[in-house]
Design a binder for this molecule. Structure first.
Ligand code: PAF
Length: 283
């Protein structure tokens, strides 16, 4: 695996390829990232990962400084799945000047759910992803693989590709889960043993809301707001601080009022101790 530390090195390596397949990450890699990498290997003529902890997507007071940086073990993991090229710029390389030009995503998608609780988060994500895409896809179009665990991020990035006419296919990778059902996330490492045992309750709350919505689909009896409130109250009773648990239309994340046969997604975010977890389930 080649490691490019600068944009110039990266572009030089990539100039010989027609279809890079790219997985952007913030490092601290786990099996979820590796499954995206395996997908990328099957999609392009060179597989590329990036590791960059992007200051722009952290709010003041969030975990930017303490976010786990595990470069050497990340490189071992990437090598184990056959990653061809790693782009690992430092901050002065990617943001040589303060990044004052930013991407302002559609507020209808980016100021709700995660964006409501983390204002500016998706501006930070879109800005760095656009910049990474300009670095990686300078000579070509290509493919980029993103995990479905970050459902809203995936939707917003797809919209960005289409509205900015970028020749890059965004391919979704299924959420990788621990045997008990907890979605894998770099932030799971913040959980104590006791919290780790409890953490699966978020996905269980989503599953149970999805199951009751599915059972009542088309009956006209399903009270969405009451079911969402009950799911949040259930978590609160167990000591969680939920930000949201909500049933949405997957195409635009608009709220669901009546449950019918169409596809839906249940999304949730909640804090357990100091750790904020997110998850979602498509119905
Ligand atoms: O999903 C992530 O890890 C980050 O938001 C991303 C896409 C790598 C941008 O920093």
């Amino acid at each position: 695996m080649l490691i490019a530390r600068t944009v110039a090195e990266l572009r030089q390596h990539l100039s010989a390829y027609k279809k890079p397949a790219f997985v952007p990450t913030m490092g601290n890699l786990h099996e979820g990232h590796l499954s995206l990498m395996r997908m990328a290997k099957a999609q392009g003529d060179i597989s590329v990962a990036s590791i960059f902890v992007n200051r722009l997507q952290f709010l003041p007071g969030e975990d930017f400084a303490s976010y786990p940086r595990t470069f050497d073990s990340d490189c071992d993991k990437l090598r184990s799945v056959g990653c061809d090229l790693l782009f690992a710029p430092d901050e002065t390389e990617l943001y040589p000047q303060p990044q004052s030009f930013k991407v302002l995503p559609d507020p209808a998608l980016a100021d709700i759910l995660e964006g409501q609780f983390r204002p500016g988060f998706f501006t930070g994500v879109c800005t760095v992803v656009l910049k990474l895409f300009h670095c990686v896809f300078a000579h070509s179009g290509g493919v980029a693989v993103f995990g479905q665990k970050d459902f809203q991020q995936l939707l917003i990035l797809r919209r960005m590709m289409s509205q900015l006419a970028m020749p890059i296919d965004i391919v979704p990778g299924a959420t990788t889960r621990a045997p008990d059902g907890l979605a894998l996330s770099s932030r799971n490492g913040y959980l104590s043993a006791e919290e780790r045992a409890e953490a699966v309750q978020l996905s269980m709350a989503l599953k149970s809301l999805a199951a009751s919505a599915r059972a009542e689909a088309g009956s006209g009896r399903f009270d969405v707001a009451a079911a969402e409130a009950a799911a949040m109250a259930g978590l609160r009773e167990r000591g969680w601080l939920p930000d949201y648990i909500t049933l949405r239309h997957p195409s635009d994340l608009s709220p669901v009022t009546v449950v019918g046969p169409e596809p839906l997604v249940v999304l949730g975010a909640a804090r357990l101790g100091k750790t904020r977890l997110i998850d979602n389930l498509e119905i």
